[in-house]
Each structure stands twice: as C-alpha cells, then as structure tokens.
Design a binder for this molecule. Structure first.
Ligand SMILES: [Zn+2]
Ligand SMILES: [Zn+2]
Length: 305
C-alpha cells in the first residue's frame, strides 16, 4: 500500500496583504447596499438617504482626475519608518470641489434637516470647510458642526479613496498597529471575512477613510493584538441582513469591540452600510461595557430626522 500525500488545497496564489479600493464599483455597490438595507428597516429613511450620499460619492469619484501623490523621497521615508504613505493632514485641495459637487447633487432630494446643512456647506468659504475637516479627522467634535460632518466625511472619503487607489500595492507594508490603515493611518471601521480565490475566509480590516483593506488573522483583537479573550456577539433585529452576516468582535483584554461582516453569509455585505444598519448591536455591546475601537465617519454628527 502506498502512502499518499494529503492535499490541503493550499491557495493557488499568496493572499494579498493589502487590497486597494476599486474605484469603479466601491461607492456604487455601497449605494445599492444602503438601498436594500433600508427596505423595512426602522431607520429606513436615514439608510435610504445614505444610499443617495454614496451614489453622489460614486459620481464625484468617477469625474475626479488623478491626484498628486507624495513624491518618491517622502514615500521612501514613510516606508523606512513604518509609516503610512498618505498623510491625512495634507488634503488635496480638490476635496472642497468634491464636497460642493456632492452637496449640489444631494441638495435636490435631501430631507429638510440635511438640506440646511448642505446649503450651509455650499455657502461656506474654504477656511470654514477646512476647519470642519480638521474637526472631523481630529475626532474633537463641536455640537454646532455636527449636521455638516457626515458630508465632510463623504468628500474626504472620495479623495482619500482616489489617492489610495493610485498607490503601488507592492510598495505597501502593514503597520505594527493592526487596527490602523497602512495607506492613510486612519482606524478601521469594521472587518470583512472575504469570499474569493486566494483570499477565501480571510479577514480584512476596512479603512474608515480611504476604503483600503488589510489582512489580519481571525480571532485576534485588532486593538490590542491578543488572541486569548476574543468573542463574537450577534443580535437579531429589523436590520434586513441574513442571519449571522454581521457580528461584534469583543475583546475582554482591552474591552474594545469592532464589527465583523461575513461575505459567506451574504456576498453583498458592506463594512460601512451594514455597520450603520446594525446600531442595535452597538447598543448591546456598549451596554455590556465594550468601547468601539474605530469610527464610522458617516455616523459622526449624523443627520437623524
Ligand atoms: Zn486608509
Ligand atoms: Zn483587545
């Protein structure tokens, strides 16, 4: 009798450590996802509006020309020091035009509460817009600015998604801090467990700002790196997802959590849209004493009428 080597079906190619955003489809897919999650949802009007916002992001990104990347010396210096190549403090000036384009597009159909904020943004000078962007990215939110911030976030997402898509993936490296984007240094909004050749069943963290993704081992806390005290929580609600597509990954070592979405349960799941359609899950883990480790930028100061 011959011994036979066991075939474990290893992936045909090495899984990519970093996935750059696909600009042609990213925001259009998210818009469709928001629209389908809105149906029959208790926050349906808001999710529907965020679908329109995502659609406006898609239109703005489609017409946005290539943006200037940092020069070769700056990129090399970032690489040497284990820093992300994009610096969110250096925004391309084009972001303000993107914002005005989005505000103009959305203004046609926006509900009253949002329309006031959009009108204020369209009337604003560059200095005020830059101050709002600084406020959003610093996380030091002032109550009076809250209604404008989701639109500021949407515009910044468009320009940083464009910039990230222009990077050379082969020159990127993951950072020591698991929860931080290797392209722009922003925190992750959620994890995605992916379907697909070479990356099947792998977990990728999704950047809250530039929509890049990076591979992190499953059952590892993305805030403190422990693999000992990580658990998954699920909640049923009027969220419209197939059961089990969204869970919260909690860590008892650092008491943080982040959501994790499963393409296997629903291939159309989106880390930003599905996160906002499952706020009941945030309440559940929040009440249990866990603090969320990364923001959803569309929720900061969100319109809630
Ligand atoms: Zn990023
Ligand atoms: Zn932890």
């Amino acid at each position: 009798m011959q011994t036979q080597t066991i075939d474990f079906h290893p992936p045909a190619e090495e899984a990519a450590p970093i996935l750059l955003p696909v600009t042609a489809t990213l925001f259009a897919d998210r818009a469709d996802r928001f629209a389908s999650l809105a149906t029959g949802h208790s926050l349906g009007d808001w999710l529907e509006f965020l679908g329109q916002l995502s659609r406006a992001q898609h239109q703005a990104l489609k017409t946005l020309p290539a943006l200037p990347l940092p020069d070769a010396a700056t990129l090399e210096q970032a690489r040497t020091h284990g820093m992300p190549p994009l610096n969110i403090a250096h925004r391309p000036a084009a972001w303000r035009n993107v914002l005005r384009q989005i505000a103009h597009e959305l203004g046609k159909t926006a509900p009253d509460g949002a329309r006031q904020a959009l009108d204020a943004l369209l009337a604003a000078d560059d200095a005020w817009l830059d101050r709002l962007a600084d406020t959003l990215l610093s996380g030091e939110i002032e109550a009076g600015d809250a209604a404008e911030l989701p639109f500021i976030a949407a515009a910044l997402q468009v320009v940083f998604t464009k910039l990230a898509s222009q990077l050379d993936a082969s020159q990127l490296q993951k950072l020591d801090a698991h929860g931080i984007c290797p392209c722009c240094g922003s925190p992750a909004v959620a994890s995605v467990v992916r379907l697909g050749a070479a990356i099947n069943n792998l977990r990728y963290l999704h950047c809250s700002l530039c929509n890049s993704e990076w591979n992190v081992p499953r059952a590892t806390c993305t805030a403190c790196d422990t693999d000992k005290e990580v658990a998954l929580h699920e909640v049923d609600g009027s969220s419209g997802q197939k059961s089990g597509a969204v869970r919260a990954e909690t860590c008892d070592a650092c008491k943080s959590y982040l959501k994790i979405v499963y393409q296997e349960k629903d291939p159309r799941v989106d880390p930003v849209a599905d996160d906002l359609a499952t706020l009941a899950l945030d309440m559940l883990v929040d009440e249990a004493g866990y603090e969320r480790s990364g923001p959803n930028l569309l929720l900061i100061g969100a319109y809630s009428g």
